[in-house]
Design a protein around this ligand. Structure first.
Ligand SMILES: Cc1ncc(COP(=O)(O)O)c(C=O)c1O
Length: 383
């Protein structure tokens, strides 16, 4: 019998340096914005960190061979993707990796394809390297937010030009299907672009019957022109531990992505211990977490879609709900919801001010309270 984990438990996060909770300190606003969860991590992770802490020297980390091997085996087991451990580049974060990917592929004055809507650091990364954004539009189909591949097909070929992609999609919650990814791959190969695929939410597919597919696993052609970014941070709630990785099969690209100690810090040694424990021992914990999150999503969706003026699509993956509030006709949606006691991420930051993003990775009791507050505010607004 496997252990039953308790995701209902309310954990006090004030005074723990939590970005999420400090933002609204002293105000009666439920923090449901930045993407970390309010769940306690799985016990084997805490035990592994304790063991590492008990060795009282915390110098620079070097390679993480057992973890790289574990990641390669995980890719094989979960996705039937044969990855060499040498392709795995350990990095302290995914956002830094987006910057490295821009630097690795582009020069000042060149363009980088960036989706709109998207997690905000994507849209900022190219400009830090003197590059400009080539904004890729997205379209809604059957309530799913997808890259507009017809638009992309019309763009010119340019060897080595980078395209920043996100799957599962933040903020849309889309889990891309095989045929959709195959069409993207055909375009990337045809136009000779480089694909940087942020798959940090890959273990958080909530919809039964759907499966994450790493886009680079679709063939040797795309493998050679791709950078895949993953981490245990979202899944296992380790975002504060600075441990992520890129899978880069092509050697020159990999060299360019390899941590430059003058710009990118080393990976955190405690984070390495936590990541290894997460990938080695915590699949069952995450299976239960996804069931809990799916129930949170169902509750949220049902109640939100009952409200006039609000709309929420299926959220196939991630714990982030991209809520269409445009029909409410609000001047300032973030301020409206903060006044009602719910602190969400403004859609404007992601490229669409008609939306708000709500993080539902919290105990159900808190989600229920948030929903009640939204209902009350929306009803008062309509009257
Ligand atoms: C798609 C995506 N990429 C990257 C990140 C942040 O990753 P990191 O904290 O490793 O920089 C997030 C966090 O919300 C995210 O949703």
């Amino acid at each position: 019998m496997s252990e039953i984990y308790d995701f209902d438990r309310e954990i006090e996060r004030r005074d723990t340096n939590s970005a999420k909770w400090e933002k609204y300190r002293g105000r009666d606003i439920l923090p449901m914005w930045v993407a970390d969860s309010d769940f306690a991590v799985a016990p084997p992770i805490v035990e592994a960190m304790h063991r590492r802490v008990d060795h009282p020297v915390y110098g620079y980390a070097h390679t993480a061979k057992p973890l790289q091997e574990l990641i390669a085996a995980r890719m094989q087991r979960l996705y039937d993707w044969q990855v060499s451990p040498d392709w795995v580049v350990m990095l302290p974060g995914i956002v830094g990796a987006l910057h490295l990917a821009c630097r690795a592929t582009g020069r000042a004055g060149e363009g980088a394809y960036v989706p709109q809507v998207i997690y905000p650091p994507f849209a900022r990364a190219p400009s830090f390297h003197g590059m400009h954004n080539l904004t890729m539009p997205m379209t809604w189909r059957d309530e799913r937010l997808l890259l507009d591949l017809d638009w992309l097909e019309r763009q010119p070929a340019k060897p080595g030009q980078i395209l920043l992609f996100c799957n599962p999609q933040n903020p849309g919650g889309t889990c891309y299907r095989r045929d959709e990814l195959e069409r993207l791959v055909a375009l990337v190969e045809d136009k000779q672009w480089i694909l940087c695929s942020d798959e940090v939410h890959c273990d958080l597919v909530l919809e039964a019957g759907l499966q994450h597919i790493p886009v680079a696993s679709l063939g040797s052609g795309i493998e050679q022109r791709s950078i895949t970014l993953m981490a245990p941070s979202k899944t296992f709630n380790l975002a504060g531990l600075g441990c992520a990785f890129a899978i880069v099969p092509e050697p020159k690209l990999r060299k360019a992505m390899t941590t430059n100690p003058f710009i990118v810090p080393h990976v955190n040694v405690i984070g390495l211990a936590a990541a290894e424990a997460a990938y080695r021992h915590c699949d069952e914990w995450n299976r239960q977490q996804c069931i809990y999150l799916a129930a949170n999503r169902d509750l949220l969706r049902e109640r939100i879609n009952r409200l006039p003026g609000l709309k929420l699509g299926p959220v196939e993956a991630t714990y982030l709900a991209w809520i269409d509030v445009s029909a409410l006709g609000l001047d300032d949606p973030p301020a409206f919801f903060e006044a009602a006691g719910i602190g969400m991420s403004p859609g404007k930051d992601f490229g669409d001010s008609g939306y708000m993003r709500l993080n539902f990775a919290c105990p159900r009791s808190r989600l229920e309270l948030a929903i009640e507050r939204i209902e009350r505010a929306v009803e008062a607004h309509q009257n």
